[in-house]
Design a protein around this ligand. Structure first.
Ligand code: URA
Length: 189
């Protein structure tokens, strides 16, 4: 099977998924978007209302703010891949339930395997706790790189946290600048 066929199969399986109850309330699945040959992948939490309506991750207010950070450090959104832990929106944007994360995580595993990025950046606590470690403390550990097999992984604040608390924006910019440096190094090697 070619990679294109594998992607198609995966996306269709995601659309047809009924492994948890979120499939009953979603409008669209939000599979992921971006460059499938990238070295840098961002992983958020779950679709919000705008994402559920459009089928594209990070297009609402938080996504627009995230785009500003990407362009502030010179990363073009189209050169990275962006996905979420959950592919369907939790009602009223509540936190994902452990069983929803478990039901959905294989899609993300397959996406990561096909993309094979060098760097993974978790957006927010929920993503960091699922991907880096269960007790991840976002206020203390944002911006720190962890080695996981062939990946270097770090977590930064979720952009929606920056909408609520603007005092976190300075740290976010610093973390994004560091990510860009590490990414540039990866691209040179
Ligand atoms: N928040 C997320 O974690 N992901 C999205 O796609 C949108 C908002």
């Amino acid at each position: 099977m070619t990679d294109t066929e594998k992607w198609e199969e995966l996306e269709n399986a995601c659309k047809d998924c009924s492994k948890c109850s979120l499939c009953k309330t979603k409008t669209n699945t939000v599979f992921g978007v971006g460059n499938k040959n990238t070295k840098l992948m961002f992983i958020g939490e779950a679709p919000g209302e705008s994402e559920d309506l459009s089928g594209i991750p990070f297009v609402g207010a938080a996504g627009k703010l995230f785009d500003k950070y990407l362009s502030a450090v010179g990363i073009d959104r189209s050169e990275v891949y962006i996905a979420n832990i959950l592919k369907c929106r939790p009602p009223k944007n509540r936190d994902p339930l452990p069983e929803e994360e478990e039901a959905c995580i294989d899609f993300l595993r397959s996406q990561t395997k096909l993309i094979s990025p060098r760097l993974i950046v978790c957006l927010g606590r929920v993503s960091a706790r699922k991907i880096i470690k269960e007790d991840f403390k976002i206020t203390k550990e944002h911006g720190i790189w962890f080695k996981r097999g062939t990946f270097d992984i770090c977590a930064i604040y979720h952009p929606s946290a920056l909408l609520r608390d603007t005092s976190k924006r300075e740290d976010m910019l610093k973390d994004m600048m560091e990510i860009k440096k590490v990414y540039d190094r990866v691209l040179k090697n």
